[in-house]
Ligand binder design. Structure first.
Ligand SMILES: C[S@@+](CC[C@H](N)C(=O)[O-])C[C@H]1O[C@@H](n2cnc3c(N)ncnc32)[C@H](O)[C@@H]1O
Length: 228
């Protein structure tokens, strides 16, 4: 599917790249630092919320985009030697010519990061593509609205859609109900957004929702838990 958002490369405050949507006041990550935002919202506040990491850990990401969140999750799997099964939705994959320009692999000292990044963008929907024995990824080009999920599968959800002003349809109670059913009891959903309407939609879907400290440049973010 052609990408209607026509992304272009920009550099953010921490030196990491992101993509800006031409014609919208919206980026794939925060202009205050793409890397620091992804690390804070999805890894430090999501993956690290588990006292003991389930092995394997099932992660669902809404919006694979550049693959930065997947790269950070894969890096955790490799460093901890703990298996992660990662499933992502991405109806509008980023063009390979643009992916090649992203500086993410150069931001880490691990020599295998570049191969891990390459593996993420090879992922298809039929089988898992894996990097070593620790990171397994599948990517579906199905939009969230059309996706039928297995029940009670995911421990952790990275909800990383464009903001509610750009894509209000992604943030409805109906969408969160689908995701809620796909999660295991005790499962955690993290998102950068703290808008009142979004938190109310999450609660209406059944989640317990908390505001927690946000990444640099943003006071708060949301963490939602499916009650046990
Ligand atoms: C904020 S960006 C995600 C950034 C991404 N997580 C990353 O690390 O680069 C939002 C993503 O949601 C994707 N998207 C747009 N519409 C979608 C839909 N209906 N279902 C799932 N994903 C969608 C966009 O193509 C985009 O990649």
């Amino acid at each position: 599917m052609e990408n209607p958002f026509r992304p272009e490369l920009i550099e953010t405050s921490d030196g990491s790249h992101t993509l800006k949507l031409q014609g919208f006041d919206e980026q794939y990550h925060s202009v205050n630092g793409a890397l620091q935002e992804s690390q804070h919202v999805f890894i430090n506040s999501g993956l690290h919320a588990f006292e003991v990491l389930p092995n394997p850990l099932f992660i669902l990401e809404i919006g694979l985009g550049t693959g930065l969140n997947a790269l950070l999750a894969g890096r955790e799997a490799l460093l901890r030697k703990s298996r992660i099964l990662y499933e992502a939705l991405e109806p509008y994959p980023v063009e390979p010519s643009l992916l090649q320009l992203l500086n993410y692999p150069r931001l880490f000292k691990e020599p295998w990061i570049e191969d891990l990044f390459g593996c993420i963008h090879l992922a298809g929907d039929e089988n898992y593509t894996n990097y070593k024995d620790w990171f397994f990824i599948r990517c579906f080009q199905t939009p969230l609205q059309d996706k039928v999920f297995d029940e009670s599968k995911y421990h952790l959800v990275f909800f990383d859609a464009f903001g509610p002003d750009t894509q209000p349809e992604m943030w409805s109670a109906q969408m969160f109900e689908k995701i809620y059913s796909s999660m295991k009891p005790g499962g955690v959903l993290v998102t950068y957004c703290v808008k009142g309407d979004v938190r109310r939609a999450l609660k209406a879907a059944g989640f317990e929702v908390n505001k927690i400290p946000g990444p640099k440049g943003k006071r708060e973010m949301s963490r939602a838990v499916k009650p046990v």
